[in-house]
Design a binder for this molecule. Structure first.
Ligand code: GDP
Length: 462
C-alpha cells in the first residue's frame, strides 16, 4: 500500500465464499481490477484498490482475499479465516459491506458473521444482499435480513448491475457519518503566476506576500513540473479569498538557451503562463524594461492572460525619478500591455504590497462583470459614428451588433458585414475603447472576435 492509499478512507467487503464478494469488488473497482487479478494470480496478494465513487476517493479492500484463500493460509480453519476477515474489516474500515446471498437466505456462516459484527461496531456495517436478480428476491431481502442490529439490507445484483447506486450512496453516507471522508480540499481560487526574468525580485515578492498580515498560507506548497504552487488565502474585511501563487523559476532568453536545463526552464515558464488565471509580471524598476521583459510580457499577452505590472525595487528607482515617470516609461515600452495596471513596489520593505493586493481584488471584481447587451450596442453605435472604420477600397466595415460572451478575460463577439474589412489597428482600437470604458485598469484584456453576417439585420454603423 502506498502512503497515499493509507490516507484514503477504507471500505471493506466481507462475507462467506460464493456470495459475490469478488464480483462486487470488481464492479466497484472498475477497470483496475483486471490488473489486480493479472498481477496477483491465485494467491491474490493484492486485495486493496483505490477507487472513486461519485468523486470521492477511497480504498476498497476485499478481506476475503486477505485471509482464508491465500496459499499460506490454507491450513487456517475456515471459521478462523472468517473471524480474521471480519476483525480486519472492522478495525481498519470506515464502512464494512457485508455481502450475503439473497437467493440462499441466512446460512450458519452468515449467522457467525452476524455474531462477530454484533460484538463490534454494527453502525459501520451495510448489508448488501447480492443475487437479488428479480423483484421477488429483492422484496424478500428485507424480511429475511432485517434485524434490529443492522440497517435495512440493500438488494443488489452484480450480474444485472442493479442496486449499486443505492449501495454507493449508502457507503458514502456511512463514511460521512463516521467522519471518515476527508474534508473537501480548500478551493484553490485564482491561479496567480509570478513571472519575470531572473533577479527582478520574484522570489522576494512571493516571500514578502507570504509575510503579509493579510496573507495566510492555507496548506503546504506543491511542487509541480513547472513551478512551486503555494495555496494562500487573502483576508479582507468580509471574507478570506483563496489564491494559488505559481512561483516560477525565471524566464531565460530563448535565443541564448544553450543547455537542456535552460530550455526546460523556458518551457516550464511558458507552462506556468498557460495554466495561470492571471499574472503578476515583475519588472526591475531600477533597470527599466529590457528586451527580455518584453518577451515575457508578449507571452502573457499572446495567451490573453489578465495581468498586473509590478515594478519592483522602487527603493532604488525612486531615487532617480518620480513614480509617474517610471509608469510612463513602462507604458511606453510595453504598449500592448495597456490593460495591465502599474504598481511600483518594494519587495524588501513591503512598500505598496497592500496596493498590489487591492488591485488583485479589483481584477477579481471586474472578472465577474458583464456588459449588458443594450449598453454594449449603444456604445458600439456611438463609437462607429464617431470613429468609423477606414474604408478598404469601396467597402467599409460595418457593425450589426455585439454581445459579451465570456469573462475572464472578457470576450466580445461582434457581428459585422465582413470581418476581412477590419484592419488590425482598428480592431485594437475597438478593444482598447471597450477596455477603457468597461474594464478600466482592471488587468483584464478585452478579446474581440469578429464574425461576418449576411445583411439581415440593422446596422449599428452606417
Ligand atoms: P528572482 O530571481 O526574480 O526570484 O529575484 P530574487 O527575489 O532572488 O531577487 C534578486 C535580488 O534582488 C536579491 O538580491 C534581492 O535581495 C534583491 N531585491 C529583491 N527585491 C528588492 C527590492 O525591492 N529592492 C532592492 N533594493 N532589492 C531587491
Amino acid at each position: 500500500m502506498t502512503s497515499d492509499q493509507q490516507e484514503l478512507p477504507v471500505v471493506a467487503i466481507v462475507g462467506r465464499p460464493n456470495v459475490g464478494k469478488s464480483s462486487l469488488f470488481n464492479i466497484l473497482a472498475g477497470k483496475r481490477i483486471s490488473i489486480v487479478h493479472e498481477e496477483s494470480g491465485v494467491t491474490r496478494d493484492r486485495v486493496a484498490v483505490p477507487v472513486e465513487i461519485d468523486g470521492v476517493h477511497l480504498l476498497l479492500v476485499d478481506t476475503g482475499g486477505l485471509h482464508g484463500s491465500s496459499s499460506q493460509d490454507q491450513d487456517v480453519p475456515y471459521g478462523e479465516s472468517v473471524r480474521r476477515q471480519v476483525e480486519a474489516a472492522v478495525s481498519e474500515a470506515g464502512c464494512v459491506v457485508w455481502v450475503v446471498d439473497a437467493g440462499c437466505g441466512f446460512t450458519a456462516v452468515d449467522n457467525d458473521i452476524a455474531d462477530m459484527l454484533r460484538r463490534r461496531e454494527t453502525g459501520k456495517v451495510l448489508i448488501a444482499a447480492n443475487k437479488a436478480d428479480n423483484r421477488q428476491l429483492a422484496e424478500a431481502v428485507e424480511s429475511e435480513y432485517l434485524t434490529n442490529e443492522f440497517e435495512a439490507p440493500i438488494p443488489i445484483s452484480c450480474s444485472h448491475h442493479s442496486g449499486l447506486s443505492e449501495l454507493n450512496e449508502r457507503i458514502l453516507d456511512k463514511l460521512r457519518s463516521f467522519g471518515n471522508l476527508p474534508q473537501s480540499p480548500p478551493e484553490s481560487g485564482m491561479r496567480l503566476a509570478v513571472l519575470g526574468r531572473p533577479n527582478v525580485g520574484k522570489s522576494s515578492l512571493v516571500n514578502a506576500l507570504l509575510g503579509e498580515d493579510r496573507v495566510l498560507v492555507s496548506s503546504t506548497a506543491g511542487t509541480t513540473r513547472d513551478a512551486v504552487d503555494i495555496p494562500i488565502e487573502v483576508v479582507t474585511d468580509e471574507k478570506r479569498v483563496p489564491f494559488t501563487l505559481i512561483d516560477t523559476g525565471g524566464l531565460r532568453q530563448r535565443r541564448r538557451v544553450d543547455t537542456a536545463v535552460e530550455l526546460f526552464s523556458v518551457m516550464r515558464a511558458e507552462n506556468a503562463v498557460k495554466r495561470c488565471d492571471a499574472a503578476i509580471l515583475v519588472l526591475d524598476g531600477s533597470e527599466g524594461v529590457t528586451a527580455q521583459d518584453r518577451r515575457v510580457a508578449r507571452l502573457v499577452r499572446s495567451f490573453n492572460k489578465p495581468c498586473l505590472l509590478a515594478a519592483n525595487k522602487w527603493d532604488l528607482a525612486g531615487r532617480e525619478m518620480k513614480m509617474r515617470q517610471l509608469q510612463s516609461r513602462v507604458e511606453h515600452e510595453l504598449p500592448f500591455m495597456n490593460y495591465a495596471p502599474f504598481i511600483a513596489l518594494c519587495a524588501l520593505s513591503g512598500y505598496n504590497l497592500q496596493r498590489l493586493l487591492d488591485t488583485l481584488f479589483t481584477l477579481i471584481d471586474y472578472s465577474k462583470s458583464k456588459i449588458p447587451t443594450p449598453l454594449l450596442n449603444q456604445f458600439l453605435h456611438d463609437l462607429a459614428a464617431r470613429h468609423p472604420a477606414p474604408p478598404q477600397g469601396k467597402r467599409r466595415l460595418k457593425f450589426f451588433y455585439g454581445v459579451m460572451v465570456d469573462n475572464p478575460p472578457p470576450r466580445v463577439v461582434l457581428f459585422v458585414n465582413d470581418h476581412k474589412l477590419c484592419r488590425a489597428n482598428y480592431r485594437d482600437f475597438i478593444s482598447n475603447q471597450l477596455q477603457a470604458a468597461f474594464f478600466p485598469k482592471s488587468g483584464l484584456p478585452v478579446c474581440l472576435e469578429l464574425r461576418s453576417r449576411r445583411r439581415e439585420e440593422t446596422f449599428l454603423s452606417n
